[in-house]
Design a binder for this molecule. Structure first.
Ligand code: PLP
Length: 338
Protein backbone atom coordinates (compact mmCIF):
# COMPACT_ATOMS: atom_id res chain seq x y z
CA UNK A 1 0.00 0.00 0.00
CA UNK A 2 1.32 3.45 -0.90
CA UNK A 3 1.67 6.33 1.55
CA UNK A 4 -1.24 8.11 -0.14
CA UNK A 5 -3.52 5.06 0.31
CA UNK A 6 -2.40 4.78 3.91
CA UNK A 7 -3.12 8.40 4.73
CA UNK A 8 -6.49 8.35 2.95
CA UNK A 9 -7.60 5.09 4.61
CA UNK A 10 -6.48 6.42 7.99
CA UNK A 11 -8.62 9.53 7.52
CA UNK A 12 -11.80 7.41 7.53
CA UNK A 13 -13.20 6.55 10.89
CA UNK A 14 -16.43 4.80 11.89
CA UNK A 15 -18.62 7.15 13.94
CA UNK A 16 -21.09 6.09 16.64
CA UNK A 17 -24.89 6.16 16.73
CA UNK A 18 -26.10 7.82 19.93
CA UNK A 19 -29.40 6.37 21.19
CA UNK A 20 -31.96 9.02 22.19
CA UNK A 21 -35.67 9.71 22.15
CA UNK A 22 -37.81 12.75 21.54
CA UNK A 23 -41.27 13.50 22.92
CA UNK A 24 -43.56 15.95 21.12
CA UNK A 25 -47.31 16.55 21.36
CA UNK A 26 -47.81 13.39 23.38
CA UNK A 27 -45.88 11.10 21.00
CA UNK A 28 -42.47 9.61 21.76
CA UNK A 29 -40.11 8.70 18.92
CA UNK A 30 -36.89 6.68 19.27
CA UNK A 31 -34.13 8.27 17.30
CA UNK A 32 -30.38 7.96 17.02
CA UNK A 33 -27.83 10.62 16.25
CA UNK A 34 -25.15 9.64 13.71
CA UNK A 35 -22.39 11.55 15.46
CA UNK A 36 -20.02 12.78 12.77
CA UNK A 37 -18.18 15.00 15.22
CA UNK A 38 -16.16 11.85 15.92
CA UNK A 39 -14.58 12.05 12.47
CA UNK A 40 -10.88 12.99 12.34
CA UNK A 41 -11.50 16.73 11.95
CA UNK A 42 -14.93 16.75 13.52
CA UNK A 43 -17.39 16.50 10.64
CA UNK A 44 -18.94 14.27 7.99
CA UNK A 45 -16.72 16.05 5.46
CA UNK A 46 -13.75 13.90 6.52
CA UNK A 47 -15.40 11.17 4.45
CA UNK A 48 -16.09 13.49 1.51
CA UNK A 49 -12.47 14.65 1.53
CA UNK A 50 -11.25 11.05 1.27
CA UNK A 51 -13.58 10.33 -1.66
CA UNK A 52 -12.54 13.47 -3.53
CA UNK A 53 -8.80 12.98 -2.96
CA UNK A 54 -8.89 9.29 -3.90
CA UNK A 55 -10.46 10.33 -7.19
CA UNK A 56 -7.92 13.13 -7.74
CA UNK A 57 -5.09 10.67 -6.99
CA UNK A 58 -6.51 8.14 -9.46
CA UNK A 59 -6.62 10.78 -12.20
CA UNK A 60 -3.04 11.98 -11.56
CA UNK A 61 -1.00 11.03 -8.46
CA UNK A 62 -0.88 13.47 -5.56
CA UNK A 63 2.83 14.10 -4.99
CA UNK A 64 4.67 16.40 -2.56
CA UNK A 65 4.09 19.99 -3.66
CA UNK A 66 0.79 19.31 -5.47
CA UNK A 67 -1.51 22.31 -4.99
CA UNK A 68 -5.19 21.59 -4.35
CA UNK A 69 -7.82 24.35 -4.25
CA UNK A 70 -11.45 24.05 -3.13
CA UNK A 71 -14.44 26.22 -2.28
CA UNK A 72 -15.66 25.33 1.20
CA UNK A 73 -17.92 26.66 3.93
CA UNK A 74 -15.30 25.32 6.34
CA UNK A 75 -15.64 21.64 7.26
CA UNK A 76 -14.42 20.19 3.97
CA UNK A 77 -11.51 22.64 4.11
CA UNK A 78 -10.45 21.35 7.54
CA UNK A 79 -10.59 17.77 6.31
CA UNK A 80 -8.68 18.46 3.07
CA UNK A 81 -6.05 20.56 4.88
CA UNK A 82 -5.30 17.78 7.36
CA UNK A 83 -4.89 15.06 4.72
CA UNK A 84 -2.97 17.20 2.24
CA UNK A 85 -0.56 18.40 4.94
CA UNK A 86 0.19 14.75 5.77
CA UNK A 87 0.97 14.21 2.07
CA UNK A 88 3.25 17.28 1.85
CA UNK A 89 0.79 18.83 -0.61
CA UNK A 90 -0.48 22.42 -0.44
CA UNK A 91 -4.12 23.35 0.10
CA UNK A 92 -5.80 26.66 -0.76
CA UNK A 93 -9.19 27.11 0.96
CA UNK A 94 -11.68 29.53 -0.60
CA UNK A 95 -14.11 30.47 2.16
CA UNK A 96 -16.53 33.34 2.91
CA UNK A 97 -17.51 35.53 5.88
CA UNK A 98 -20.10 32.96 7.05
CA UNK A 99 -17.38 30.40 7.78
CA UNK A 100 -17.47 30.05 11.61
CA UNK A 101 -14.65 31.98 13.35
CA UNK A 102 -13.07 28.93 15.04
CA UNK A 103 -13.06 27.05 11.71
CA UNK A 104 -11.47 30.00 9.94
CA UNK A 105 -8.72 30.16 12.59
CA UNK A 106 -7.99 26.44 12.21
CA UNK A 107 -7.87 26.83 8.43
CA UNK A 108 -5.45 29.76 8.76
CA UNK A 109 -3.21 27.53 10.88
CA UNK A 110 -3.28 24.50 8.55
CA UNK A 111 -3.71 25.70 4.95
CA UNK A 112 -1.07 27.02 2.59
CA UNK A 113 -3.47 29.89 1.86
CA UNK A 114 -6.98 30.98 2.89
CA UNK A 115 -8.91 33.27 0.55
CA UNK A 116 -12.01 34.95 2.01
CA UNK A 117 -14.50 35.89 -0.72
CA UNK A 118 -16.75 38.64 0.61
CA UNK A 119 -18.84 39.34 -2.48
CA UNK A 120 -22.35 37.90 -2.13
CA UNK A 121 -23.76 35.98 -5.07
CA UNK A 122 -27.18 37.64 -4.94
CA UNK A 123 -28.67 34.21 -4.17
CA UNK A 124 -28.56 34.30 -0.37
CA UNK A 125 -24.94 33.27 0.03
CA UNK A 126 -21.40 33.43 -1.37
CA UNK A 127 -21.19 30.09 -3.09
CA UNK A 128 -21.30 31.29 -6.69
CA UNK A 129 -18.71 34.00 -5.90
CA UNK A 130 -16.45 31.41 -4.26
CA UNK A 131 -16.74 29.15 -7.31
CA UNK A 132 -15.92 32.06 -9.63
CA UNK A 133 -12.76 32.70 -7.59
CA UNK A 134 -11.71 29.03 -7.76
CA UNK A 135 -12.30 28.92 -11.53
CA UNK A 136 -10.32 32.13 -12.08
CA UNK A 137 -7.37 30.88 -9.99
CA UNK A 138 -7.37 27.52 -11.80
CA UNK A 139 -7.31 29.32 -15.16
CA UNK A 140 -4.37 31.46 -13.99
CA UNK A 141 -2.54 28.47 -12.46
CA UNK A 142 -3.04 25.41 -14.68
CA UNK A 143 -1.20 23.15 -12.20
CA UNK A 144 -3.82 23.72 -9.48
CA UNK A 145 -6.03 20.67 -8.81
CA UNK A 146 -9.72 21.33 -8.02
CA UNK A 147 -11.72 18.39 -6.60
CA UNK A 148 -15.03 20.29 -7.13
CA UNK A 149 -17.21 18.93 -4.36
CA UNK A 150 -20.31 20.30 -6.12
CA UNK A 151 -19.93 18.17 -9.24
CA UNK A 152 -17.65 15.26 -8.37
CA UNK A 153 -19.49 11.92 -8.07
CA UNK A 154 -16.69 10.62 -5.86
CA UNK A 155 -18.42 12.55 -3.06
CA UNK A 156 -21.71 10.61 -3.02
CA UNK A 157 -19.77 7.39 -3.73
CA UNK A 158 -17.75 7.55 -0.53
CA UNK A 159 -20.96 8.02 1.49
CA UNK A 160 -22.55 5.09 -0.34
CA UNK A 161 -19.53 3.00 0.69
CA UNK A 162 -19.13 4.19 4.29
CA UNK A 163 -21.83 6.39 5.89
CA UNK A 164 -24.79 4.50 4.45
CA UNK A 165 -23.57 0.99 5.39
CA UNK A 166 -22.59 2.14 8.89
CA UNK A 167 -26.08 3.55 9.51
CA UNK A 168 -27.83 0.42 8.25
CA UNK A 169 -25.58 -1.89 10.25
CA UNK A 170 -25.66 0.14 13.48
CA UNK A 171 -29.38 0.89 13.43
CA UNK A 172 -30.47 -2.69 12.66
CA UNK A 173 -33.88 -3.93 11.54
CA UNK A 174 -35.90 -1.25 13.40
CA UNK A 175 -34.55 1.49 11.13
CA UNK A 176 -37.45 3.28 9.43
CA UNK A 177 -36.14 6.68 8.31
CA UNK A 178 -32.88 8.57 7.89
CA UNK A 179 -32.78 12.38 8.00
CA UNK A 180 -29.81 13.95 6.20
CA UNK A 181 -28.96 17.64 5.71
CA UNK A 182 -28.28 18.75 2.14
CA UNK A 183 -25.69 21.22 0.91
CA UNK A 184 -23.97 19.83 -2.18
CA UNK A 185 -26.20 16.79 -1.63
CA UNK A 186 -23.26 14.36 -1.74
CA UNK A 187 -23.84 12.96 1.74
CA UNK A 188 -27.57 12.54 1.18
CA UNK A 189 -27.22 10.98 -2.29
CA UNK A 190 -24.66 8.42 -1.10
CA UNK A 191 -26.76 7.34 1.89
CA UNK A 192 -29.98 7.29 -0.18
CA UNK A 193 -28.35 5.17 -2.91
CA UNK A 194 -27.21 2.64 -0.33
CA UNK A 195 -30.67 2.51 1.29
CA UNK A 196 -32.27 2.04 -2.10
CA UNK A 197 -30.03 -1.00 -2.72
CA UNK A 198 -30.21 -2.73 0.65
CA UNK A 199 -33.19 -1.29 2.57
CA UNK A 200 -35.70 0.20 0.12
CA UNK A 201 -38.27 0.16 2.95
CA UNK A 202 -36.35 2.91 4.80
CA UNK A 203 -37.39 6.52 4.07
CA UNK A 204 -34.48 8.75 3.03
CA UNK A 205 -35.53 12.24 4.12
CA UNK A 206 -33.68 15.22 2.59
CA UNK A 207 -33.43 18.20 4.93
CA UNK A 208 -32.81 21.66 3.53
CA UNK A 209 -32.87 25.22 4.88
CA UNK A 210 -35.29 27.97 3.89
CA UNK A 211 -33.65 30.17 1.25
CA UNK A 212 -31.63 27.27 -0.21
CA UNK A 213 -32.15 26.12 -3.79
CA UNK A 214 -30.26 22.85 -3.30
CA UNK A 215 -33.53 20.92 -3.83
CA UNK A 216 -35.33 23.63 -5.83
CA UNK A 217 -37.37 26.58 -4.55
CA UNK A 218 -36.59 30.27 -4.30
CA UNK A 219 -33.25 31.69 -3.15
CA UNK A 220 -33.07 33.79 -0.01
CA UNK A 221 -30.71 34.78 2.81
CA UNK A 222 -29.48 31.76 4.72
CA UNK A 223 -28.58 32.23 8.33
CA UNK A 224 -26.85 28.92 9.04
CA UNK A 225 -23.59 27.81 7.41
CA UNK A 226 -22.98 24.25 6.17
CA UNK A 227 -26.53 23.47 5.09
CA UNK A 228 -28.26 24.61 1.90
CA UNK A 229 -26.78 26.03 -1.30
CA UNK A 230 -27.28 28.80 -3.85
CA UNK A 231 -27.28 26.23 -6.65
CA UNK A 232 -29.28 23.06 -7.24
CA UNK A 233 -27.62 19.82 -6.14
CA UNK A 234 -25.94 17.84 -8.92
CA UNK A 235 -26.50 14.62 -7.00
CA UNK A 236 -30.01 14.76 -5.54
CA UNK A 237 -32.99 14.25 -7.84
CA UNK A 238 -36.59 14.15 -6.55
CA UNK A 239 -36.85 10.36 -7.08
CA UNK A 240 -33.99 9.84 -4.64
CA UNK A 241 -35.75 11.11 -1.52
CA UNK A 242 -38.88 9.81 0.17
CA UNK A 243 -39.75 13.40 1.03
CA UNK A 244 -37.94 16.66 1.72
CA UNK A 245 -38.37 18.99 4.68
CA UNK A 246 -37.50 22.68 4.42
CA UNK A 247 -36.53 24.02 7.84
CA UNK A 248 -36.90 27.54 9.20
CA UNK A 249 -33.52 28.58 10.69
CA UNK A 250 -34.83 30.00 13.99
CA UNK A 251 -36.62 26.73 14.67
CA UNK A 252 -33.41 24.78 13.96
CA UNK A 253 -31.51 27.04 16.37
CA UNK A 254 -34.25 26.55 18.98
CA UNK A 255 -33.95 22.76 18.61
CA UNK A 256 -30.14 22.97 19.00
CA UNK A 257 -30.62 24.88 22.25
CA UNK A 258 -33.24 22.43 23.52
CA UNK A 259 -30.92 19.49 22.77
CA UNK A 260 -28.16 21.19 24.71
CA UNK A 261 -30.50 21.71 27.69
CA UNK A 262 -31.91 18.18 27.62
CA UNK A 263 -28.91 16.08 26.56
CA UNK A 264 -25.97 18.32 27.41
CA UNK A 265 -24.95 17.87 23.78
CA UNK A 266 -24.09 20.79 21.49
CA UNK A 267 -24.55 19.96 17.80
CA UNK A 268 -24.10 22.09 14.68
CA UNK A 269 -26.92 24.11 13.11
CA UNK A 270 -27.57 21.57 10.36
CA UNK A 271 -28.06 18.86 13.01
CA UNK A 272 -30.71 21.11 14.58
CA UNK A 273 -32.30 21.14 11.10
CA UNK A 274 -32.44 17.34 10.85
CA UNK A 275 -33.98 16.94 14.30
CA UNK A 276 -36.42 19.79 13.60
CA UNK A 277 -37.42 17.92 10.43
CA UNK A 278 -37.98 14.72 12.44
CA UNK A 279 -40.21 16.63 14.88
CA UNK A 280 -42.13 18.19 11.98
CA UNK A 281 -42.77 14.69 10.62
CA UNK A 282 -43.93 13.49 14.06
CA UNK A 283 -46.49 16.32 14.01
CA UNK A 284 -47.71 14.95 10.66
CA UNK A 285 -48.09 11.46 12.13
CA UNK A 286 -44.99 10.20 10.28
CA UNK A 287 -43.40 8.10 13.00
CA UNK A 288 -41.28 4.98 12.73
CA UNK A 289 -39.67 2.41 15.06
CA UNK A 290 -36.27 4.08 14.80
CA UNK A 291 -35.20 7.22 12.97
CA UNK A 292 -31.59 8.23 12.42
CA UNK A 293 -30.64 11.90 12.18
CA UNK A 294 -27.26 12.65 10.66
CA UNK A 295 -25.42 15.19 12.84
CA UNK A 296 -22.87 16.49 10.34
CA UNK A 297 -20.78 18.27 12.97
CA UNK A 298 -20.63 19.31 16.62
CA UNK A 299 -21.60 22.60 18.21
CA UNK A 300 -18.16 23.72 19.40
CA UNK A 301 -17.53 25.94 16.38
CA UNK A 302 -21.00 27.52 16.68
CA UNK A 303 -20.87 28.62 20.34
CA UNK A 304 -20.59 32.24 19.24
CA UNK A 305 -23.44 31.96 16.71
CA UNK A 306 -26.15 29.30 17.09
CA UNK A 307 -25.71 29.18 20.89
CA UNK A 308 -25.09 32.90 21.49
CA UNK A 309 -27.80 35.37 22.54
CA UNK A 310 -25.50 38.26 21.58
CA UNK A 311 -25.24 36.91 18.05
CA UNK A 312 -29.01 36.34 17.93
CA UNK A 313 -29.49 39.97 18.99
CA UNK A 314 -27.03 41.22 16.38
CA UNK A 315 -28.65 39.24 13.58
CA UNK A 316 -32.15 40.23 14.69
CA UNK A 317 -33.38 36.68 15.38
CA UNK A 318 -33.33 36.65 19.19
CA UNK A 319 -37.07 37.11 19.61
CA UNK A 320 -37.95 34.47 17.01
CA UNK A 321 -35.53 31.95 18.53
CA UNK A 322 -36.82 32.57 22.08
CA UNK A 323 -40.42 32.29 20.87
CA UNK A 324 -39.66 29.06 19.05
CA UNK A 325 -38.05 27.55 22.18
CA UNK A 326 -41.12 28.54 24.27
CA UNK A 327 -43.55 27.21 21.68
CA UNK A 328 -41.73 23.89 21.34
CA UNK A 329 -41.61 23.49 25.12
CA UNK A 330 -45.33 24.33 25.43
CA UNK A 331 -45.98 21.67 22.80
CA UNK A 332 -44.13 19.15 24.96
CA UNK A 333 -40.82 18.91 23.09
CA UNK A 334 -38.26 17.06 25.21
CA UNK A 335 -35.28 14.89 24.36
CA UNK A 336 -33.62 12.23 26.49
CA UNK A 337 -30.87 9.60 26.31
CA UNK A 338 -31.93 5.98 26.00
C1 PLP B 1 -22.02 20.94 8.62
C2 PLP B 1 -22.38 20.14 7.43
N1 PLP B 1 -21.52 19.32 6.87
C3 PLP B 1 -21.89 18.56 5.77
C4 PLP B 1 -23.14 18.59 5.25
C5 PLP B 1 -23.52 17.72 4.10
O1 PLP B 1 -23.07 18.34 3.03
P1 PLP B 1 -23.21 17.84 1.55
O2 PLP B 1 -24.64 17.91 1.20
O3 PLP B 1 -22.38 18.85 0.85
O4 PLP B 1 -22.67 16.47 1.45
C6 PLP B 1 -23.98 19.43 5.76
C7 PLP B 1 -25.26 19.53 5.10
O5 PLP B 1 -26.08 20.29 5.44
C8 PLP B 1 -23.63 20.21 6.88
O6 PLP B 1 -24.49 21.01 7.45
Amino acid sequence: MTKVDDVLNGALRKTPLLATEVAYRGVTQRFAIKFEQDGRTGSVKDRTAVGLLRQLHRECPLTPGTVVIESTSGNLGLALARILTALDCKFIAVIDPKTPGPTREKLMATCAQVIVVDETDGLGGYLMSRLETVKRLCAENPDYRWPNQYGNWAAPEVHELTTGPEIVEQAGPDLGAVYVPVSTGGTFAGIANHLRNVRPDVAAVAVDLEGSVALGGDPGDRLLPGIGASRPSTFVRPGLYHHAVLVEPCEAIAVCRILLEDLGLALGGSSGCTIRALVADMAQGLTTLLAVCLAADGGGKYLDTVYSDDWADRTGVREDVDLAVKRFRNEGLHCGWR
